[in-house]
Write a protein that binds this ligand. Structure first.
Ligand code: DP6
Length: 323
């Protein structure tokens, strides 16, 4: 009997964002999305079978806060209710990057947990099924099951498809961390605020579908300029939808805007890079692989940038140890 599994997954940053859920369906995105998995950032999760009547959950070496513990236990219940696993577990998950700060930690967190739990499953679980299960934990986690550039199409029960494996991707990302505070409104709640209270929500859904289609063809042609232009415009459209909500959802800080403006200035001066922002203040810069060091150097001079993480495309979520 398996007693201990260690799983690893990398977070992903969307180039075409998932923002909004279809009401009444189980965590089904209302927008199709495309993302790049980041090799330098990772979550490592140890899952151990315990003789207890309760799961125990630790995040970054301390007991998980109430909300996270509830969400993770409910996810493990889903596996138990579907008769995929039996028993109780101690889960201990560690990130090498800021957690719950709008840096996609739920994508790698739920992907690592999903792949780790599959090590205890009483049957082999296919990759599409793993991706669907991960999505029920967190929508973006579905995309971290596979590495490289991945897409999550729009349908009632989507699974991720890989568009390009990591070694065929000529681009990478540089994360400019501007503030490592825990975010105030999580993605799930933020999406619902937009759906119910943003006058731009319907336009966002239309734009997101068009961006997805155009992004697929830009990636097929390895057209960096198109990919970058769509990614930056898509992120800004998502934030416009958030800002327009009543009450307004604002994730940016002054440094966020400073970075966006700098990246635009770089382009005006002939240096090609593009910015994207998730539900947090950090800015993630998409650049050609050979330009990542230059981008990091330039970011260092911008006021409010706390730390910088440079990354190439990362691989799939996997079990690294099992006993
Ligand atoms: C802005 O996957 O965190 O990062 O499904 O509610 O867990 P839940 O949401 P989550 O949302 C990700 C939102 C985003 C965009 C993206 O990753 O596509």
């Amino acid at each position: 009997m398996i007693i201990r599994v260690t799983a690893r997954a990398h977070p992903n940053i969307a180039l075409a964002k998932y923002w909004g859920k279809i009401p009444g369906l189980r965590n089904t995105p209302a927008t199709p999305s495309i993302s790049l998995t980041l090799q330098a950032l990772k979550t490592e999760t140890i899952i151990e079978r315990v003789d207890s009547n309760k799961d125990k959950i630790y995040l970054n070496d301390i007991p998980a806060d109430k909300d996270s513990a509830k969400r993770i236990s409910a996810y493990i219940d889903l596996w138990r209710n579907n008769k995929l696993i039996k028993g109780r577990f101690t889960i201990s998950s560690v990130n090498n990057f800021p957690t719950k700060a709008g840096l996609a930690s739920s994508s790698s967190g739920f992907a690592a947990l999903t792949v780790g739990l599959s090590g205890f499953a009483n049957r082999k679980i296919s990759l599409p099924k793993l991706s669907r299960l991960a999505r029920l934990g967190s929508g973006s986690a579905a995309r971290s099951i596979l590495g490289g550039l991945t897409a999550l199409p729009l349908n009632p029960d989507p699974a991720t498809k890989q568009l390009l494996p990591p070694d065929e991707i000529p681009w990478g990302m540089v994360v400019a961390v501007v503030k490592a505070d825990k975010k105030k409104i999580g993605s799930g709640k933020g999406m619902e605020i937009c759906r119910k209270h943003s006058p731009y929500y319907e336009s966002w859904l239309k734009q997101a579908a068009a961006d997805y289609k155009n992004m697929l063809s830009a990636i097929r042609n390895l057209d960096f300029t198109k990919v970058g232009e769509i990614a930056e415009a898509n992120a800004l459209a998502m934030h416009a939808c958030m800002i327009a909500a009543r009450p307004s959802l604002k994730y940016w800080s002054p440094a966020t805007i400073r970075i966006i403006q700098s990246v635009r200035r770089w382009r005006d001066n002939g240096f090609e890079a593009y910015a994207t922002i998730d539900a947090g203040p950090h800015v993630i810069i998409l650049g050609k692989k050979e330009d990542l060091t230059k981008i990091s150097r330039r970011l260092r001079h911008i006021e409010g940038v706390k730390s910088i993480i440079k990354s190439n495309a990362g691989g799939n979520a996997k079990i690294v140890r099992c006993k």
